[in-house]
Design a protein around this ligand. Structure first.
Ligand SMILES: *[C@@H]1O[C@H](CO)[C@@H](O)[C@H](O)[C@H]1NC(C)=O
Ligand SMILES: *[C@@H]1O[C@H](CO)[C@@H](O)[C@H](O)[C@H]1NC(C)=O
Ligand SMILES: *[C@@H]1O[C@H](CO)[C@@H](O)[C@H](O)[C@H]1NC(C)=O
Ligand SMILES: *[C@@H]1O[C@H](CO)[C@@H](O)[C@H](O)[C@H]1NC(C)=O
Length: 396
């Protein structure tokens, strides 16, 4: 297909000439350049929020706690003694709504993820002309709509699932103020569920049990990387006061390890654990498709997300390696394409539970049998590359 080849070539030349990957503290997070016709992505992304429920059910507290986060065994477990499986870039979809965007990290949205047992939702937030939007790398590339609309949908799910503790982790790409985040958390209504530690500015080893959080209906924990913690908004926590992460810029299945990457000031994972910080294990790989252009690695996803402990790159193996090195479990794990594996199996094993009350994802995501390339119609790739070239030109 000549036009595809020419688009590829143009993309390659532009990419190598202009350093399409922004470098910064969130290099990989912001560096996954894609490729989406902006209009269709944002149209899909800003689809009307779920109707919010009446205020009575908004403050719905669990009346009968027979299970917490899908198991009775977790009710008496402290928040920081549970492993939460998380969807990395949970709002950036590779599905029909984005024309199977190469930038998409998930096949299913956050509501489907929560139904399937995912309890950590990660996303990247940008300033779109004064409004906080969930955008991947740039709002020109993949705009999943206003943060407030997305939060309202997560709140809607929490209203209807009162026995569940959820964690949100946001990357503050444009260094907005904590008060800007508070405005959308309050506007969406989800702030009513915000858990407030007694001292939110310092890591703590004493977290409440999931049962306590559910009974008090303060069952949303929010981390933002990075904000200045303010006691005025005590439910918005600065991620790196409480959490440390393993590296995320992984381009090969042998690249996963358990070394502390951020916050670098802690020096080592051991130091961070001693300081009471909770470990976050990044477990997603990218593919370098041309110089400076990384996209989520779909080809190897069934190895990457497998609960097995036998093959380099397996989620189960990475988790066991970290448990051994740290002497404690990862509290948070982030994966791409969470339905593959399924990734949740590894969290269940670390938690020692057999889960109940989940909805299985209907039909696995795109890559069930085919290779990555086959998931995108040639037309789709072509459109995507043209969009990418457009983006590259805009950056010159
Ligand atoms: C974490 O939970 C496990 C399983 O209930 C328990 O054996 C262990 O003592 C707990 N750890 C801490 C630090 O409370
Ligand atoms: C996910 O998609 C379903 C079906 O379209 C929709 O009802 C739900 O609100 C969406 N959730 C999010 C977080 O976008
Ligand atoms: C900001 O506004 C300009 C001018 O109206 C528009 O072209 C641009 O797409 C907007 N940016 C975002 C991120 O919405
Ligand atoms: C873990 O991976 C990071 C990033 O690739 C690397 O800098 C670090 O040296 C690795 N740690 C070990 C112990 O190999």
């Amino acid at each position: 297909m000549p036009s595809l080849i020419s688009a590829l070539t143009t993309g390659l030349l532009l990419a190598s000439g202009i350093h399409a990957v922004p470098q910064g503290p969130f290099g990989a997070e912001s560096g996954i350049v894609s490729a989406v016709p902006t209009a269709s992505a944002s149209t899909a992304g800003v689809a009307a929020a779920q109707p919010t429920t009446a205020s009575a059910s908004s403050s719905n507290a669990a009346s009968d706690i027979s299970a917490c986060n899908n198991s009775p065994l977790l009710c008496d477990r402290a928040y920081n003694n549970v492993t939460y499986m998380g969807a990395h870039d949970s709002s950036f979809l590779r599905d029909a709504s984005t024309g199977n965007s190469l930038a998409g990290n998930q096949y299913f949205n956050a509501t489907v993820a929560l139904d399937a047992g995912i309890r950590l939702l990660q996303g990247q937030v940008h300033d779109a002309n004064g409004t906080l939007h969930l955008c991947h790398t740039s709002c020109t590339l993949l705009d999943a709509g206003p943060l407030e609309d997305w939060l309202a949908k997560v709140k809607f799910w929490m209203d209807n699932n009162p026995n569940e503790v959820v964690t949100i982790l946001l990357v503050n790409s444009d260094n907005k103020l904590v008060s800007d985040y508070a405005a959308v958390f309050e506007g969406s209504g989800i702030s009513i569920y915000g858990y407030q530690p007694s001292d939110g500015s310092t890591a703590s080893t004493t977290w409440p049990t999931l049962g306590n959080m559910i009974t008090s209906n303060k069952r949303l924990v929010t981390f933002i990387a990075s904000i200045d913690y303010s006691p005025t908004y005590p439910y918005l926590l600065n991620e790196f006061d409480h959490v440390f992460e393993t590296p995320y810029n992984v381009l090969s299945l042998s690249g996963f390890n358990c070394t502390l990457d951020r916050p670098s000031g802690q020096g080592s994972a051991g130091n961070a654990i001693s300081a009471g910080m909770m470990p976050l294990m990044n477990h997603f790989a990218d593919s370098l498709i041309m110089q400076g252009v990384q996209i989520p690695d779909e080809t190897d996803i069934d190895i990457t997300n497998s609960a097995d402990t036998t093959t380099t790159g397996n989620l189960g193996l990475h988790a066991d390696t970290c448990v051994k090195q740290w002497g404690t479990k990862p509290v948070f794990i982030l994966v791409d394409f969470f339905d593959h594996g399924p990734a949740i199996d590894t969290a269940d094993r670390l938690n020692g539970i057999t889960a109940t009350g989940r909805k299985s994802v209907s039909g696995e995501g795109k890559k069930s049998t085919s290779g990555a390339g086959e998931n995108h119609s040639p037309m789709g790739i072509n459109v995507a590359l043209v969009a990418f070239v457009g983006f590259a030109l805009a950056m010159v």
